[in-house]
Design a protein around this ligand. Sequence first.
Ligand SMILES: Nc1ncnc2c1ncn2[C@@H]1O[C@H](COP(=O)(O)OP(=O)(O)OP(=O)(O)O)[C@@H](O)[C@H]1O
Ligand SMILES: C[C@@](O)(CCOP(=O)(O)OP(=O)(O)O)CC(=O)O
Length: 327
Amino acid sequence: MKATAMAHPIQGLVKYHGMRDEVKRLPYHDSISLCTAPSHTRTTVEFSMDYDEDTFVVDGEELDGRAYERVEAVVEKARSKSDAAHTVYPVRLESENSFPSNVGLGSSSSGFAAAAMALAEAAELDASRQEISTIARVGSASASRAVTGAFSQLHTGLNDEDCRSRRIPSDLHEDLKIVVGLVPYHKETEDAHDEAADSHMFQARNAHIHGQLAEMRDGLRNNEFDTVFELAEHDSLSLAATTMTGPSGWVYWQPATLSILNTVRELREEEDIPVYFSTDTGASVYVNTTEEYVDQVEEAVADCGVSTTVWDVGGPAKLLDEEKHLF
Ligand SMILES: Nc1ncnc2c1ncn2[C@@H]1O[C@H](COP(=O)(O)OP(=O)(O)OP(=O)(O)O)[C@@H](O)[C@H]1O
Ligand SMILES: C[C@@](O)(CCOP(=O)(O)OP(=O)(O)O)CC(=O)O
């Protein structure tokens, strides 16, 4: 059976950093994000006796090594939950991202969310999005939140009943505009998760984050733009501080990143514009502002010498009709 799904990537708000279990991908703490659109991944899967082995192709390239293992973990999780006989056959997966990967724009989140959604359908699971979020999680924890979409929280826990993503209701998507400043510096987020707990800042971050999560939830429920994006800006600094003080002293911000951060602060402090920066594990910057100021903000970000796009809030992962199959 063949199935196709799409999912939007995430921008972290209270960001996820570090896993207590790297096989089940159980994070140390909860995390909250929003999905971005129209950026998306589209993925088609098919289990068939005509295939010799599991094969995965992303943006025209056949996966191997670690990238292959991560997709295989998602396939195996879907197989383990399925009673359908045909899931013993090899699977073919093809996927396309509408935006660059490994530059801090969350390609692993939409990638594994679209894979999990399509696999759940092809394996006839009849599962809710919350349940599918646990399948996506074994590829990438951020992918759990991309399954449930919009503003979502991945709850940590030691099992799939607890460690799953749930939506947080908010109307903030109505006025929010996200100017993306693309800084194409390649990285693998797994490297940062691996050494998260080895930074002396990690315990402090872990202790601090519970209050941040409570304030973020409250800000989202009450549609408080400044509260939500000030917290996201602050957490970007906390995440970078923790990563930079790990064993490899990894600095993922680039000169263009800092130029955007300074520009955002100037617009806010000197021109009174509601605008906040946010970075995930990478050099690219999300600049969160409102519809009224988006053109002015985009122009200022572009003046930093980077290419820009304007994104909105995206919904949950969803199945697509057969005319959207990639093969
Ligand atoms: N469409 C896809 N399907 C399956 N796997 C994907 C897809 N797109 C990206 N990936 C995997 O996700 C990895 C990139 O994600 P990584 O965990 O480094 O960071 P991220 O923070 O989610 O991504 P980004 O840097 O794009 O923000 C790639 O190396 C690849 O293995
Ligand atoms: C802070 C982030 O950038 C962390 C993203 O981590 P990944 O989802 O890429 O990690 P893996 O589970 O190793 O795939 C955004 C977030 O999810 O908060």
